[in-house]
Write a protein that binds this ligand. Sequence first.
Ligand SMILES: [Zn+2]
Length: 298
Amino acid sequence: MKGPVNAHVHLELPAVPTVAGAGFLPWVRSWIHDRPASRAHAFANAREVAGFGTGGVVDIGNLGVGAAAMAAAGLDGLAFHEVFGFDEPDVADGVADATPHAPYSTHAETVRRIAARGGPWSMHVDEDPAERELLLHGTGPWLDALRVYGRNLDAWRPPGLTPVRWLDRLGVLGPHALLVHCTLTGKDDLELLAERDVSVCICPRSNLHIGGRLPDVRTMLDVGCRVLLGTDSLASAPDLDVRNEVTVLREVFADVPVSRWERALEGDAWAWLARSREARRTLPDRDAGSRRIAPEGP
Ligand SMILES: [Zn+2]
């Protein structure tokens, strides 16, 4: 028995006090400036996750420590290295584990290049209303935040699309994509994700902590999305035991049989991992290093 898969976690982040229920930007501002991530936290959290009986994880990190922490704890799975850059593409062509962070933080060309390699990738998508507002209308708190962070928005135009439709227009949606959260994703977009064979990882307790709402789980299941479960980090979840996500889901969606969540934790998750690892084997080694690619103007 391999045990459940925690399909979205940031092992390197510790438990930190954060703002709750006010949305993504107030939440992230309440802790990010302290830069609390560390190698030590990654190793300690991986040990703790293994102690819960979890067999595999999909880890997202910035320190390049996830794979080592997982191996030391005996955890199976995949470790990804997040890449950012809203106004300039920044893709680590030689880094097999590069993955785009989110639509409000990653250049379209970066997403395209990573997905085009044919390996697995995982991106935070449709987590918060500000993200949708930025992409649909080019307004709202993310526009202000990007300016404060010094991004050059002179050439940027909002795509006028939801995050899912934006990704689809980039031609990147397919079986190697793992979209995380989809908290605000509507029925049409969920149908598209099912049609494209995309996997969705929901993190219910993180969503409740940050934005006070859950994704439309019932529609996800009704339209045939492949749903996996994750805890997200200790900055938004009280612990990293992915089975506790099921406890919340069973309270809210009492008529969904528990076997459906077992499938999300094990059968579907291990199948995605197996397919993803196979695809990653064909990618260049990390040894090739990373490099910046020249920005391509609109
Ligand atoms: Zn996350």
